[in-house]
Design a protein. Structure first.
Length: 301
């Protein structure tokens, strides 16, 4: 804490002492977990420049040094020892876990449903299969990897990862993904020259379309057929009618299969608007219970 009774010389001396203590703290952090804070963007020390600071500047500098010395200011090591603020790291892990749990909760109700076609593969088995080895499925859905600090380049990258994953928890992102999938289908369906296929897909409910696109091989089948047929057309080669019929038949079998599932109308309207005052009140209540917030996601401190 800055005292108004101290002379400028005393404040400079105190700042110099605090800088030495900060240096020792950085050494302990490096020794403990390899995070190199000294010389990074989080190193607030000024060195000899402290002795030239005026009153207002030295007081502000002392506050920064005291904040750095606070027990809450800790770091973990990213790539090559890049310092990652531990509070930001905890925010990221909270969001990463929330995205993974959302994926699991969306999948669980349908995990044991058997997919149409030969074999007895279930949706859950297919999802597990396409996530092992060398995943290549077009529609495998996003599940963030379980990152450790040394997997993150630096503090800036950590902030971007947090924002990116937080975005995936919003209704806006869900709407955009649904629209993107429909546009992808519309781009491909033309080469099959079957108007009924497009009509069948457009006749599905919001939830049914999301299900065939995200949890079955429908998107992969459409993509493989599209690229195979288009490559022959581009090369001015004849496309056997049987090839097109087989691709359309497979797509339609999945469409017929998904019609047995009923979904509630999509809850993808605008995200609920919360006033700044209400948000501040909610943050205060959650803070008392030991929670912080990143975006719209609360996490345990």
């Amino acid at each position: 804490m800055v005292s108004t009774n101290e002379s400028l010389a005393d404040k400079r001396a105190r700042a110099a002492d605090l800088e030495r203590r900060v240096g020792r703290k950085f050494s302990r952090i490096k020794s403990k977990n390899d995070a190199v804070v000294a010389g990074s963007e989080f190193d607030v020390r000024k060195g000899a420049a402290v002795q030239k600071m005026r009153t207002r500047d030295i007081e502000a500098h002392i506050r920064k040094l005291e904040k750095t010395l606070d027990r809450s200011t800790q770091f973990v090591a990213g790539v090559r020892g890049a310092p990652l603020p531990v509070q930001q790291w905890r925010k990221y892990k909270a969001i990463e876990t929330a995205v993974r749990e959302k994926y699991e909760s969306d999948l669980t109700p349908f995990a044991n449903e058997r997919l149409p076609g030969p074999g007895t593969e279930t949706i859950g088995q297919r999802q597990k299969k396409i996530r092992t080895g060398h995943p290549t499925a077009l529609n495998m859905g996003y599940v963030p990897p379980e990152r450790l600090p040394f997997n993150v380049k630096d503090a800036k990258a950590l902030v971007e990862l947090t924002k990116s994953n937080a975005k995936r928890m919003t209704k806006k992102w869900a709407r955009e993904e649904h629209k993107r999938a429909q546009e992808e289908f519309s781009k491909m369906v033309g080469v099959f020259k079957d108007e009924s296929l497009n009509a069948d897909v457009m006749g599905l409910s919001y939830g049914q379309f999301d299900m065939i696109w995200n949890l079955t091989r429908f998107a992969d089948a459409m993509s493989l057929g599209y690229h195979h047929i288009k490559s022959k057309l581009d090369a001015k080669e004849e496309v056997p009618e049987s090839v097109i019929k087989d691709q359309v038949a497979e797509a339609k079998s999945i469409i017929e299969w998904v019609k047995k599932f009923e979904f509630d109308p999509p809850q993808y309207g605008e995200d609920k608007f919360i006033t700044k005052q209400k948000q501040k009140q909610m943050d205060g209540e959650m803070s008392k219970r030991g929670y912080g917030r990143v975006g719209k996601q609360y996490y345990k401190r």
